[in-house]
Write a protein that binds this ligand. Structure first.
Ligand code: FES
Ligand SMILES: [Fe+2]
Length: 455
């Protein structure tokens, strides 16, 4: 890890110059940098932990990861959600081995310590072995995270007490997120469970691919696209009418044609459904967002969640060392969709972005090779090119919030992701992360931007 020679503080200046448009390959393989990522990014960010629909009832839980730390996400009797470490305070054993379920107790396999759904220690095997004063049960529960909050169905948690509010963390990116989460009355749900797989690649390759890499799609996925759509190729990109937009390290790249991602799903009934609800969507979100939704687009929420709006795959890249990540994917649909449309979407997602899907396999192989090749002792010192579209910044777009660049084939969102990555890696406290973009909607409680959205 670099140290600034004047301040003695961590510096990642030798690993990237985003004004010039390059990134050093060592950030994808170096052990020390990876350890720092776990502390500086994963232990301080707001991390997605579950969708509300996965745990609708008291006692419902899922287990997941925040960085490499295993956690349990559990619905409480008062309907709130608690998130705590999946690790027993006695010797550290995992207390829950299930991916999901409903329970009143988490009981440790090793010595039988038992915790309730709030993570409080309730009792233990042969409790008489402890003398009075040996143990205070109220102080030996499962370690709670610092904060839990949700945004339109997505539950996030952070280990860092000093983290800003979730609202501030997402910032104006909510304007974009609402296209996924609020395009129809009733909001969204996950259906059909979670699919997990492991890929031998650095986690950032998944995130940066979804945050802005429209460029690879027509090439990497050419044969898959033709196979899924009667020989038709990937739709051409209109560089005049497509964008990259980024806020706080989150990013969404998109066209405005309204149909490209839905077309990729290869399910004509789903296309019909979206075309039917589009006028209502325009009333709800404004005309521009109703044109963005469904277009060729992809997005990531910093640091490790991505989705394809219109295709309906939603995924999280859990780091497992510098050279491996665990990928969890779900199907996200609108709650109010008829069952047959939900079914069509599920089949479409499995055929495209399931682990055996036509597109998912193309990507995983590329990322594995990027990771292993970048480890070469000579290769790792070479720079990677991130300069595409560097002069296409659009200042003060009349509608689009965020740092906006024109042209969907662009490295802008990737550059902004690595800028935020660098800012978090260098910041002593999460409050010290500099703002790179001033909110257009400061102080507004709701994100009804219809006044701005008359195009
Ligand atoms: S490690 Fe859990 S009860 Fe001992
Ligand atoms: Fe891809």
């Amino acid at each position: 890890m670099g140290i600034d020679r004047f301040t003695g503080k961590p510096s990642y200046g030798e690993y990237m110059d985003l004004n010039e448009g390059w990134v050093d390959r060592r950030i994808f393989s170096d052990d020390h940098i990876y350890e720092q990522e776990l502390y500086q990014i994963f232990a301080r960010s707001w991390l997605f932990v579950a969708h509300e629909s996965q745990i609708p009832n008291p006692g419902d839980f899922v287990t997941t990861y925040m960085g490499e730390d295993g956690v349990i996400v559990c619905r409480q009797k008062d309907n709130s959600v608690k998130v705590f470490l999946n690790s027993c305070p006695h010797r550290g054993n995992r207390v829950c081995f299930a991916d999901a379920g409903n329970t009143r107790r988490f009981v440790c396999n090793y010595h039988g310590w038992a915790f309730d759904g709030a993570g409080e220690l309730q009792g233990m095997h042969e409790e008489y072995c402890y003398d009075p004063g040996d143990i205070d049960k109220s102080k030996n529960g499962l370690k709670q995270v610092a904060n839990v909050d949700s945004y339109k169905g997505l539950i996030f948690a952070t280990f860092d007490e000093e983290a800003p509010t979730l609202e501030a963390w997402l910032g104006d990116f909510r304007w974009y997120l609402d296209m996924l989460l609020d395009n129809e009355e009733g909001g969204t749900e996950f259906i059909g469970g979670c699919i997990s797989s492991e890929i031998g690649a650095n986690w950032k390759f998944g995130v940066e691919n979804f945050i802005g890499d429209a460029y690879h799609a027509g090439w990497t996925h050419d044969s898959g696209t033709r196979a899924m759509n009667d020989g038709q190729p990937f739709p051409p990109v209109d560089m005049e009418n497509s964008y990259h937009a980024s806020v706080n390290g989150h990013g969404w790249e998109f066209g405005l044609e309204g149909v490209g991602d839905i077309f990729l799903l290869g399910r004509p009934k789903v296309m019909e459904y979206y075309n039917d609800i589009r006028p209502k969507m325009a009333e709800r979100l404004g005309k521009m967002r109703s044109q963005i939704f469904g277009s060729v687009a992809s997005a990531s929420i910093f640091p490790n969640v991505s989705f394809l709006p219109g295709v309906s795959t939603f995924r999280q890249w859990h780091p497992k060392g510098p050279w491996k990540f665990a990928l969890q994917t779900w199907v996200i649909v609108n709650k109010n969709m008829p069952d047959d449309i939900k079914e069509e979407i599920t089949k479409g997602v499995m055929q495209t972005f399931g682990p055996g899907g036509a597109f998912e396999m193309d990507d995983g192989e590329n990322w594995e090779n990027c990771t292993s090749v970048n480890r070469g002792v000579v290769t790792r010192h070479e720079r990677l090119h991130y300069r595409c579209g560097i002069d296409r910044r659009v200042e003060n777009h009349p509608i689009l919030p965020g740092i906006v660049y024109q042209g969907q084939y662009n490295d802008a969102n990737q550059r902004n992701f690595y800028q935020h990555w660098r800012d978090m890696m260098e910041a002593e406290t999460v409050k010290g992360v500099p703002a790179r973009y001033e909110s257009r909607f400061n102080g507004r409680q709701t994100l009804n931007f219809s006044g701005l959205d008359k195009l």
